[in-house]
Write a protein that binds this ligand. Structure first.
Ligand code: NCD
Length: 334
């Protein structure tokens, strides 16, 4: 099994199924702390540098929340324009310096492989919070945690499920990392619903088929959404050469109550990494599904805190010490 302590978390490719099970198990053990039934101060005194050179809400804030829930301090850098990267400093030099100020670093950057490049200069673990269209490993882990949790409601696991990945599969890094993760499991039917020009890259399709999974590729929702899980994604407009080009693909695969009733199963679980594009011309996941109990999007976002707590505990080698560092919660919690 992989030794997490001191490791960078850069790509799903570095994990086997046992390593993923361990992450999900540690994430599960974080529930009492995230739910504020107890506190845990096992990382008291440790410093996370949270470096986000691309827009983010959930990923950045949940990394920070996760670290603080374990008692650590968080320093935030948002936007390359406020750092010396805008003066031409290399990622390597930046990493040499910032890692000297940190115990762990979480980083998002618009370029493919940038976080791995940064990690070569870092003396502390670096966790990839998204590198361009490449990967978003912590999102995939929280997605898998969510699939497991939601499937438990129906007496199922991760093996043997049907899952639809829908939307911008070409530029969406979350679906790339999630596909790699699904390739560690057995007998999954993956249906890829996207406009032809935004279909899943061949190398990811190969990873799924080499794992023995059945892969269906289509540009039509009709007859293709009868799945256990549907994972909707946003048109990644920031990765198109122009806004007009991105506009061409908006609104083709909107999931709403009518589509759900017509094409999905009674209990198809709806997931989305968020943000959903709620502008009328996109409306990829309609608010008319908000009262559907199978809409898992906010449970999914909440699970991000648990998974990121687990990754901090594992990379900093405190995953077996959590219960020794507990304290009571002293404030009002509703
Ligand atoms: C995703 C991302 O940044 O790749 N968001 C997230 O981290 N939850 C998906 C997206 O931006 O569409």
């Amino acid at each position: 099994m992989m030794n997490f302590q001191g490791s960078h978390i850069l790509s799903i490719s570095q994990f086997d199924r046992d390593a993923v099970s361990r992450i999900l198990q540690v994430a599960q053990s974080m529930i009492p702390y995230a739910a504020r039934q107890k506190r845990c101060h096992v990382l008291e005194g440790a410093i996370l540098n949270n470096l986000f050179f691309e827009p983010s809400t959930r990923t950045r804030i949940s990394f920070g929340t996760a670290f603080q829930l374990l008692g650590g301090f968080v320093q935030e850098t948002v936007g390359a324009e406020t750092s010396s990267l805008s003066k031409g400093e290399s990622l390597f030099d930046t990493a040499k310096v910032i890692s000297g100020y940190s115990d762990v670093i979480a980083m998002r950057h618009p370029e493919i492989n940038s976080v791995a490049q940064f990690a070569t200069g870092s003396s502390v673990p670096v966790i990839n919070g998204g590198d361009g269209a490449n990967e978003h490993p912590t999102q995939a882990l929280l997605d898998l945690f969510t699939i497991q949790a939601e499937m438990t409601r129906f007496g199922k696991g991760i093996d043997n499920i049907n899952i639809v990945l829908m939307g911008d599969l070409k530029h969406g890094r979350t679906v790339h990392s999630l596909s790699k993760l699904l390739s560690l499991y057995n007998n999954i039917h993956v249906t890829l619903v996207a406009p032809k020009a935004l279909q899943m890259p061949d190398y990811i399709v190969d990873i799924l088929t080499n794992a023995g999974h059945k892969v269906t590729m289509t540009d039509s929702m009709a007859g293709n959404l009868q799945s256990d899980v549907i994972y909707q994604t946003r048109i990644q407009q920031e990765r198109f050469s122009s806004l007009e080009e991105a506009d061409r693909y908006r609104g083709h695969f909107s999931l709403n109550k009518e589509v759900y009733q017509q094409y999905c199963k009674d209990h198809t679980v709806i997931m989305h990494p968020l943000p959903r594009d709620s502008r009328p011309e996109a409306n990829e996941l309609d608010v008319d599904l908000n009262d559907n109990h199978n809409l898992a999007i906010f449970r999914q976002a909440q699970n991000g805190v648990l998974v990121r707590m687990a990754l901090f505990a594992l990379t900093l080698g405190v995953d077996e010490k959590l219960t020794q560092y507990e304290k009571p919660v002293t404030w009002y919690r509703g």
